[in-house]
Design a protein around this ligand. Structure first.
Ligand SMILES: CC(=O)N[C@H]1[C@@H](OP(=O)(O)OP(=O)(O)OC[C@H]2O[C@@H](n3ccc(=O)[nH]c3=O)[C@H](O)[C@@H]2O)O[C@H](CO)[C@@H](O)[C@@H]1O
Ligand SMILES: C=C(OP(=O)(O)O)C(=O)O
Length: 428
């Protein structure tokens, strides 16, 4: 086990290169089950979740060659198994994304139920319902989703009760090889859906409307190989911008995509930041004390739940009172008690965190509970007086590539060290 040790107080200054997006890379890697030829995927972030995905594919018979730390050639021709077992699925919820591709390609899939996690129950009923409507026979028994279909899945009209990102992705991947046309209504509009659709279309799929709430997929009989570059990580970008503002610094994020961050950039402006942007970069300059912001999380293009914890840390040091309402996950305020240990004044009223900004946070020993909660603790540690020790950082390594190295290059005093604390096994 490892921990991060931060001595706060240094304003972040300089340039940081943004990695490929975790939430785009994972579905794209899962989608390599679908083609009949090898595929090269680049700009893949070096993350724990990526290693888990490659291991999961390997166990199905799908081999990979690393061309570099961020590029893989994946060969699906050896696919011989259809089971994703609990020991891997429990460590990464996105594992459920094997369900649609495996069923479409092999006619069978057996995937462990991911179970609940720190931020909420996170059911997968919409994934199952959609596949059933496409003709799959699905039972849930002994903790596994067991799905099969006679011949090909059938195109269907699918209306999602709730907007679900991985639900939309699973159904879109399954529909790619289905017989006929599938329409997904009330589809998620996140940029990662567009990246997955672009990837599949590059391999010969016929998907239209990704990025809108209605996606049409005309099933094809086979997909071929190709090369594809994963889009930049909008949440990593947003996290560095918040860290720059919180520390009173000036940071330019390179290799990113400003158009995916409109809601976040708007809130950074309200918090007093001066933000400028080009085609593939965003620069943030702080303008004195942070102003409090009010935020409601909601599906894209509204404010992303994956940036909620980072803005909670920002409100903690703002000049005045701000509130944040979390509408996507029922338990995504696990960072609040930890931030309070550092001197933050935050009250929870139902799904709303009301924060009275303080003039200083103080270093403390704190514990990561999930991925973005961890990011908020890093931001708080960068601001706090004295030393902050952040434990259970395997959560942060799921989603941030070389976080301490990138922060060190911006002037932060942050070190990774060995810890004696035993992990509390939960995925996010
Ligand atoms: C790997 C990945 O891309 N993860 C992202 C994805 O997670 P994920 O795809 O798991 O999140 P969803 O969009 O599915 O969840 C949205 C809401 O729908 C509910 N729901 C979802 C599916 C279902 O079958 N039934 C149901 O009720 C969930 O409990 C939640 O309340 O989108 C989330 C919301 O933007 C992000 O926080 C995650 O970072
Ligand atoms: C919640 C997240 O990821 P996951 O869905 O993989 O748990 C996240 O990226 O913030």
């Amino acid at each position: 086990m490892e921990k991060l040790i931060i001595r706060g107080g240094n304003p972040l200054r300089g340039e940081v290169t943004i990695s490929g997006a975790k939430n785009a890379a994972l579905p794209i890697l899962m989608a390599t089950i679908l083609p009949n030829e090898p595929v090269t995927v680049s700009n893949v972030p070096a993350l724990h979740d990526v290693a888990t995905t490659l291991e999961l594919l390997h166990r199905l018979g799908i081999s990979h060659t690393a061309n570099s730390a961020n590029s893989y050639t994946i060969d699906p021709t050896g696919l011989h198994d259809h089971k994703a077992s609990y020991d891997l699925v429990k460590t990464m919820r996105a594992s459920v994304l094997v369900l649609g591709p495996l069923l479409a390609k092999c006619g069978r899939a057996e995937v462990s139920l991911p179970g609940g996690c720190a931020i909420g129950a996170r059911p997968v009923n919409l994934h199952i319902e959609g596949l059933r409507r496409m003709g799959a026979d699905i039972v849930v028994e002994n903790g596994y989703i067991k799905a099969s279909v006679e011949g090909r899945l059938k195109g269907a009209q699918l209306l999602m009760d709730t907007v679900s990102v991985t639900g939309t992705e699973n159904l879109m991947m399954a529909a790619t090889l289905a017989d006929g046309v599938t329409i997904i209504e009330n589809a998620a509009r996140e940029p990662e859906i567009i990246d997955l659709a672009n990837f599949l279309n590059h391999l010969g799929a016929e998907i239209r409307g990704a990025g809108t709430d209605c996606i049409e997929i005309r099933g094809v009989e086979r997909l071929h190989g190709g090369s594809y570059q994963v889009q930049p990580d909008r949440i990593e970008t947003g996290t560095f911008l918040v860290a720059a503002l919180a520390t009173g610094g000036e940071v330019k994020c390179l290799n990113t995509a400003p158009g995916m961050l409109d809601a976040v950039i708007k809130k950074l402006g309200e918090a007093g930041a001066e933000v400028t942007r080009g085609e593939d970069w965003i620069q943030l300059k702080s303008n004195g004390r942070v102003k409090p912001v009010n935020i409601v999380t909601a599906p894209h293009p509204a404010f992303p739940t994956d940036m909620q914890a980072q803005f909670t840390a920002l409100n903690a040091i703002a000049e005045g009172t701000g509130w944040i309402r979390e509408t996507i996950f029922e338990n995504r305020f696990m960072h609040v008690p930890e931030l309070r240990r550092m001197g933050a004044e935050i009250e929870l009223e139902g799904n709303t965190a009301i924060c009275r900004g303080v003039t200083r946070l103080t270093g403390a020993e704190v514990m990561c509970t999930d991925l973005r909660a961890s990011a908020s603790l890093v931001i708080a540690g960068l601001v706090a007086e004295g030393e902050t020790v952040i434990e259970q950082i395997y959560h942060i390594d799921r989603g941030y590539e070389s976080i301490e190295k990138k922060l060190q290059a911006l002037g932060a005093n942050i070190q990774r060290a060995q810890s004696t604390i035993v992990p509390e096994g939960c995925d996010s």
